[in-house]
Design a protein around this ligand. Structure first.
Ligand SMILES: *[C@@H]1O[C@H](CO)[C@@H](O)[C@H](O)[C@H]1NC(C)=O
Ligand SMILES: *[C@@H]1O[C@H](CO)[C@@H](O)[C@H](O)[C@H]1NC(C)=O
Length: 276
């Protein structure tokens, strides 16, 4: 298990984000497919100062940040624990296991919810400076809206993770949305197809800024918005919406309109974070 988990951290590292300190928008990082990253990999860490065959920190500008990145659905597990509400990925992987390569789901993933201390320890051993993770919106607001209540256990979990990172000298970089829309919002108004998402997103982000903002100084509003609006959730994957002429041949949806509507609402939601 230990080896498996280490290799996962290494694979992630290969996808590592070069997190420029001041950017608030997402750069491509961990690919969010429904399955967790697996496989073996060897990575050359920039800590081996004496070995010429390795990358060196000194080859990079001063202040360059090396980090690893993950997304909540691929890492946390504990999908039904800690009073978390379901996300569209929970619903989708259970409703359509045939659409996932090995029929698996993120119920357990790499169990970071329970094993975050071990994971932070591994990252510290690897000598990286920062960890970019995403917050699961339905772990903070179980039905997606503020009116459904704030989940104290969810807040506690991210506080513990953030504090553990800081105590080990790693900077937290937080992605506020890595595609795991609360299922409640999808059922109530079609999530990002409706302008109502903007206010719910704003409320959610405000909770995160208030609860974690004293220690988290780097925020990413949306992970890969282009991929999300175009492929993952609005063209035959995940919400199963697309036109009948598409590869996925969905029963409902409009591939020539919906990705634009979703993109528009993502931009408005991103903008809504400004004045907080
Ligand atoms: C959620 O999952 C149920 C089955 O578990 C399925 O019938 C339903 O269509 C799914 N809802 C959405 C919006 O995908
Ligand atoms: C969340 O819960 C509140 C309070 O019960 C309710 O008013 C609201 O409609 C719910 N939202 C969703 C998306 O289910």
């Amino acid at each position: 298990m230990m080896e498996f988990r280490e290799s996962i951290v290494l694979v992630t590292l290969l996808l590592f984000t070069v997190v420029a300190a001041a950017t608030a928008t997402a750069t491509a990082t961990a690919t969010a497919t429904a399955t967790t990253a697996t496989g073996s990999a060897s990575a050359s860490m920039p800590t081996h100062e004496d070995d010429e065959s390795h990358l060196h920190r000194r080859s990079f500008p001063k202040g360059f940040i090396f980090g690893a990145a993950s997304s909540a659905y691929q890492y946390e597990g504990a999908a039904k624990e800690g009073s978390k509400g379901p996300s569209i990925w929970d619903n989708f992987t259970h409703a359509h296991p045939e659409k996932i390569a090995d029929g698996s789901n993120g119920d357990v993933a790499v169990d970071q919810y329970h094993r975050y201390k071990e994971d932070v320890h591994l990252m510290k051993e690897m000598g990286i400076d920062a960890y970019r993770f995403s917050i699961s919106w339905p772990r903070i607001l179980p039905n997606g809206s503020l009116s459904g209540g704030i989940n104290k256990e969810g807040i506690d979990y991210y506080n513990n993770l953030i504090n553990e990172l800081l105590s080990q000298g790693l900077q937290p970089f937080v992605t506020l949305f890595h595609w795991d829309t609360p299922q409640g919002l999808d059922e109530q108004y079609g999530s990002f197809l409706s302008p109502r998402i903007v206010e719910d997103y704003h409320d959610y982000v405000e909770v995160c800024f208030r609860e974690f903002g004293d220690r988290v100084k780097h925020w990413i509003t949306f992970n890969e918005p282009h991929v999300f609006r175009l492929w993952v959730c609005f063209r035959h994957i995940c919400t199963g919406r697309c036109s009948s002429w598409e590869i996925g041949r969905c029963k409902n949806g409009d591939s020539s309109k919906e990705p634009y509507i979703v993109g528009h609402h993502i931009l408005l939601a991103h903008d809504s974070c400004g004045p907080i």
